[in-house]
Design a protein. Structure first.
Length: 700
């Protein structure tokens, strides 16, 4: 399996709120930017126990690594008698990057974060503390990281370790230079003011004696194009040519919609690229203080121009990054005869492609109406996801998902946002192959369940792929359930109510807890609530795994088991049932004979189970540890008093070890199971899961 092309590692002290927040912003900007949803650059957070850095760091997961160090005063450890662990660790990282295909980008968040390791004294830091705190500082840091990544990836394409320059080409017409709101001038001023990119803003940049057409074509061939769509743009021959050249050469393009009058004929090749609208301040009605209002409006427009110019250039930089990284990803999925396209294909981009050839472009697939048009060219178009789905259809298979917050995720170099992203990506692959997802999540306004339903809306009708089945959402008692919820989600999911077990009928506290069904169930803060909640959740999990006709397999990642035994322990977050819910689902699946896909990358109960299966004892898998959970001992006594089976931890460990690595999931070989246990590459995890599910014999 090929390595990932690139990973961005974000290093920061876990006690720094400022750095932690910025790390999340960086991850989201590279993976979940609503302005550019196709940008997905894998990131890692530095593994930590909440206090110390790791003793070493793995650099072999990707062909190239970029280390972004968010340094503030927390980097210098408080205990002066101990070695400066974080300072030494960061210095060691810097040394590892020297003379390697990796890069080191330190960011100084405050003035104190300087000179903390002698090895970094000659290193240039990005001085983020000089920018106003908040959005402006975050924007500047993200911009510099995106530019560094673009230069990094361009070097990969050119097989050159030297940073490659990033050039932006401003495509505009001079006819509208002096037309309000002066969009082109605002962009030229922005690009020529202390920007860490090369900018080609004017035909005056062409050397004397050069051929104009050849110089323009050469300039576009190495640039990212920012199109300023003003009133006269589409009427100018060279403007139109610049767009066509950029499209034909697959250059990144962002269009700024800045016209303020009707067009007789819009240029038809300005689509299929990101579009930014340029805002205009609406003039006020004339009056006695017209001049003062005019000056105020002029100032407002200038501020808008400055902010929008920044946003437009940042979007083009990210679009450039998307193109560069997408090309590296598509290369790994490329088959003989494939032609790579970094944006969705259009009729213009299919010119010159021979009938029978395949254009491979990034996910998601185009809609049926566009694909029907493109099929008339006799050129095949597909995405890696659509190609995978066509070869391994999962229609009719019910796959249970056991995915929740991980207790020790920071130890594994990830955060909750990474886990959520992995869950969504796994679900996307399963849905597009036609699988039915069985999930016991809540139906609140936020969270994974809502995102899962949104995926169903997106992948209901993917051409050439069996339409996805609806999700089966098992709503365990006493979670809220009503006819209104059934109607609200009728287009995305089958809601399956799992009522409380019969043994609760005679329970004295039942009526007290049943009253809570009319509102969201809060934290079980009494023995009665805890007992009823535990019995309700166990009943729901038992129904999910009644027999092999209920589900065919179960995916496991994350999961609470309580506060990490070796961690800080000041914020003790416990599960709410009789035992960690993911562990209970693992045991029930083993008893029912369902294959288990155990994914250990994000820690939690999944990694706990993996450790136990592979013979590594964990203190968390003991009653001495688990008795610390709220009402744990009283709950165990209540179970015994009412004659309800209670699973002791030695029994749990023995069942896992009896199943063994190969027995836990016979759909994969022992070597493949171990790889799934330990892989941190989401692409490889997806491939292993799809390989295993593709081996499922539906007749058994």
């Amino acid at each position: 399996m090929a390595k990932q092309p690139l990973i961005v590692h974000i290093v920061f002290h876990p006690e720094s709120t400022k750095a932690s927040q910025l790390a999340r912003v960086i991850h989201q900007s590279l993976n979940a930017d609503p302005a550019l949803p196709g940008l997905r650059i894998p990131t890692r957070f530095c593994p930590t126990d909440g206090i110390s850095p790791p003793s070493d760091y793995e650099l072999n997961e990707a062909e190239r690594n970029l280390f972004v160090v968010l340094a503030d005063a927390h980097i210098v450890d408080r205990d002066s008698e101990q070695p400066r662990k974080w300072c030494q660790f960061i210095g060691n990282l810097w040394e590892q990057c020297q003379g390697s295909p990796h890069r080191f980008l330190p960011v100084q968040l405050d003035e104190a974060a300087w000179g903390f390791d002698d090895r970094l004294n000659g290193t240039s830091f990005l001085r983020a503390f000089q920018h106003p705190a908040g959005v402006q500082c975050e924007t500047e840091v993200v911009r510099r990281i995106a530019i560094e990544l673009c230069r990094f990836l361009q070097g990969m394409d050119q097989q050159n370790d030297a940073p490659a320059p990033l050039t932006l080409f401003l495509s505009h017409t001079k006819l509208d230079l002096d037309t309000p709101p002066f969009v082109t001038r605002a962009l030229i001023n922005h690009l020529k003011h202390d920007q860490p990119v090369n900018a080609w803003c004017d035909s005056g940049d062409i050397e004397a004696g050069s051929r104009f057409a050849e110089a323009i074509e050469a300039g576009i061939n190495d640039s990212s194009l920012l199109c300023v769509l003003t009133n006269h743009y589409a009427s100018r021959e060279w403007c139109r040519r610049e767009i066509l050249l950029a499209k034909q050469q697959q250059r990144p393009i962002v269009v700024i919609g800045a016209g303020n009058r009707n067009e007789i004929r819009s240029f038809p090749y300005l689509g299929n690229v990101p579009l930014v609208s340029w805002p205009v301040v609406v003039p006020e009605k004339p009056g006695k203080k017209a001049k003062k209002r005019e000056k105020r409006l002029q100032k407002q427009q200038e501020n808008l121009n400055c902010a929008t110019a920044t946003a437009a250039v940042d979007l083009l930089i990210k679009e450039t990054l998307r193109h560069l990284y997408t090309r590296q990803q598509l290369k790994q999925a490329q088959k003989e005869g494939d032609i790579l396209s970094t944006r969705p294909p259009e009729l213009l981009s299919l010119l010159g492609v021979k009938p029978g050839q395949t254009v491979l472009y990034p996910d998601p697939p185009l809609g049926e109406e566009e694909q029907a048009l493109l099929r008339q060219t006799a050129v095949t178009t597909t995405t890696p996801l659509a190609r995978l789905a066509a070869h391994r259809p999962l229609s009719g298979q019910k796959i249970a998902l056991s995915m929740s917050e991980s207790s020790d995720i920071q130890r594994h170099g990830f955060g909750p946002i990474h886990l959520e992203g992995a869950i969504i990506e796994l679900s996307r692959y399963l849905l597009i192959q036609g699988a039915t997802l069985v999930y016991g999540g809540h139906l609140g306004n936020e969270g994974y369940t809502q995102q899962l339903f949104e995926l169903v809306r997106s992948y209901h009708n993917v051409p050439g792929i069996t339409p996805v089945e609806r999700i089966i959402n098992t709503v365990g008692w006493p979670l809220p359930y009503s006819q209104e919820l059934i109607a609200k989600f009728s287009q995305e999911a089958q809601l399956q109510r799992i009522d409380y077990s019969a043994d609760l009928e005679q329970y004295p506290g039942l009526e007290y807890v049943k009253a809570l069904e009319q509102k969201p169930f809060d934290t079980p803060d009494s023995l009665e609530k805890r007992y009823c909640w535990a019995r309700g959740m166990t009943r729901m999990r038992e129904v999910q795994t009644t027999d092999k006709s209920a589900i065919q397999a179960r995916l496991i990642l994350g999961g609470k088991f309580g506060p990490s035994e070796n961690g800080p322990g000041s914020d003790e977050k416990w599960y709410q049932g009789k035992m960690p819910g993911v562990l209970e689902e693992i045991l029930l699946s083993i008893e029912a004979g369902h294959p288990l896909f155990l994914i250990g990358a994000f820690g939690g109960a999944a990694q706990l189970a993996i450790d136990l299966i592979e013979g590594r004892d964990r203190p968390e898998a003991s009653w001495a540890y688990q008795r610390r959970a709220p009402f744990a001992e009283a709950l165990r006594d209540k179970y015994r008093e009412r004659g309800i089976p209670w699973t002791e931890y030695p029994v749990l460990i023995q069942r896992l070890r009896d199943a063994g690595v190969a027995g836990i999931n016979p759909l994969l070989s022992e070597a493949q199971n171990r790889e799934l246990f330990h892989s941190r590459d989401l692409s490889r995890i997806l491939e292993l899961v799809m390989t295993g599910l593709g081996n499922f014999d539906k007749e058994t």
